[in-house]
Every structure is written in C-alpha cells, then in structure tokens.
Design a protein around this ligand. Sequence first.
Ligand SMILES: [Zn+2]
Length: 379
Amino acid sequence: MATEGGLNDHERSLYSRQLRLPGVGEGGQLRLKHAKVLIVGAGGLGSPAAIYLAAAGVGVIGLADPDKVEISNLHRQVLHGFDTLGLPKTLSAAEALAEINPGIEMPLHPEGLTAENALELVGRYDLVIDGADNFSTRFLVADACVLSRRPLIHGSVLRSEGQVGTFLPGAGCYRCLYPKMPDPSEVPTCSAAGVLGATCGIVGSWMASEALAVLLGSRNASRLLQVDARLGLTRPLDLSADPDCPVCSSRPRITRIIPENYRFSCPSPVMSEHPLEVTVREAAAALASPAPPLLIDVREPDEHALCRIAGARLIPMGQVPEQMAELPQDAVILVHCHHGGRSLRVTQFLRAKGYRAVSNVKGGIDAWSREVDAAVPRY
Ligand SMILES: [Zn+2]
C-alpha cells in the first residue's frame, strides 16, 4: 500500500534492485518519480537513453522528434520496429516505452524542438537529453538549456567514437567546448559516416546513467566522457566554464534564441574530426605526416630548456592570449605541456576563441618520453 507521499508496494517491487543502491533509496526513487526529462531526438541515442530512464522510473519523459520511422533506422534505433515503420517516432517510442513502464507520463512533441518553441519546451522540464543528429538542433538545445538554467546531457557518435557531455548550469556548457556552430562548408562529413547500433547503445546508455546521476544529485561538475568502442577506450575529462563563453559567461553575446542563427540543418556527424585530446602516438603520427600540425609547447622556458619535442614552438601558457594572434584560426594545432593538464586548459581556451582544429596531447611530454622517444629526458 502507498505510504503518504512515498512509494507503494508495487513500486518497491519494481525498483527493488536499484533502491538498494547507495545514493538511491526510497528518497532517490521519489526524486526520479517526480522528475521531468525531455529527450530531443528519439533515434540512435535517444532510444537507449529513453529505455533506461523509463525503466528506472523517471516520472515524466517528454519526446521531441519531427521524423517518422524509416527502415534504415532500425539497426540502431531500438525503440522502433517493423510494426511502427512510417509512424511518427514520438508515437512509436511512446508505445515501446509504455510496455517497459506503464507508470510514466510521456508528453509527445512531434513538431520537434525548434527555435520557436525551444525555450518554452525546455522550461517545462528539469533536465534535457540531447540525442539530435544535426548541429543546428544541438546548438539550439545547448543554448536553450543555458538560458533556461537546465542541466543538459549531450551525446554524439561518429563511426566507433562517441562522447557524452554532462553540462550543469554555471559549470561549463557545450559552447564552452564548441563556441561556434560550424559552417556547412567546414564540415566535410555531412553524408552519413556509418555507425554500429551497439556503439549508439553504449553512448545512449551512458547518457541515461549521467542523467540519473544528475537527477539523484550526485553530479556537481560538468564533464565530458569520450569512448572509442573499436579500441575499447574511455576517457573522462573534467570541464570548467570558459569566462569568455558566448552564452554562459557573465557577459554573453547570446542572450536569447534568434531563429536565423540556427538554420544550418545538414545531417551531420556529430563530433569534430579534431578530438579534444589525442594520444602521444597519435600526435607522433600526425607530426610525421606530409601536412603536420603546429605543435605548441605551453610549458615555461626553463622546462623547455630541459627537454623538448623537435619542431615544437614554445608559447608559455601565460603568453597564449597575447601570442595567439600569430596562429591562423584554421590551423591544425596540437598543444602539449609536461603532463597534459595545462595544455588541456589552453586547448579549451583556444577552442573558445574559435580555433576548431586544436587538440590536447594527453600525458604531455612525459608520455612522449615513455611511449614515443626515450631520448627525450624526463623530469
Ligand atoms: Zn559556456
């Protein structure tokens, strides 16, 4: 029987295995029951995310997607099936989710998230899941979440790689990482790049896991999780707010949603061809290629004097703001330091300034000494 304001016996049985978890319990389960989550895109990422949120007992799951189910969706968009081909994805998804958990409410938004309805729609929910497959929706969702002060769980996939961003209000947003929406001419991979459904499953499930963590109050910082399913690698990165971010800084350039700014609708990939971080081996391969990237060493001069990577240009971290004008904005740039911490901050700073092809060398020159060139002294 129901206890006043608590779970009833049916709910205690249904959720018994997760109620035992530290951080959940009856109080956490009630938080989930009263939570409202908006899922933008009921596709490859939205499907697994929605399934796990529904099964976990999130009380209200809104579904926004303007598309209909097509046969080429089915290998990865596991909410849909042959019996719902041709139906709006919102309806098809709601039917499947109701089978998993009949106790949840599912407001449907078959018009999708648009510049016209974004703020109003996002404002009705506690948290937003972005599984959109195009940049205009991705930036629109991200800006609407900042302007409405809603946490955002972002996901994207390209071939075997994916990423999950957890962006909490005031703690770093999507535009802190990617300040500018790409121009169609800058995105060579507009045609579908191909993806395995299982990779979408990994990323979408991770999105659900992050969403549950935020709803249960166990996240207090923004972060980015990167995964390469082919290599079996994952990397967590802590994020911080960029003081010059165009939307979440104290003097933002974006203060409202202007539809003309979100017109680019190329079905796109997903994540930058230039990852936020590369390994020292990847850096070595790039530097040995016919068109090597610029390599910037952001350590101090005394560290540079101890050891250096051939061809690296020394710009100590504190001098980057004044010297960056000498770096072409379209240049492919690798940034390194001693262990990778300072250079990650510089990488984020340069990205925030519009340098899109800049990557951090993970592990810095220390990893370079260990894995690429033992002749470079360690210190
Ligand atoms: Zn920001």
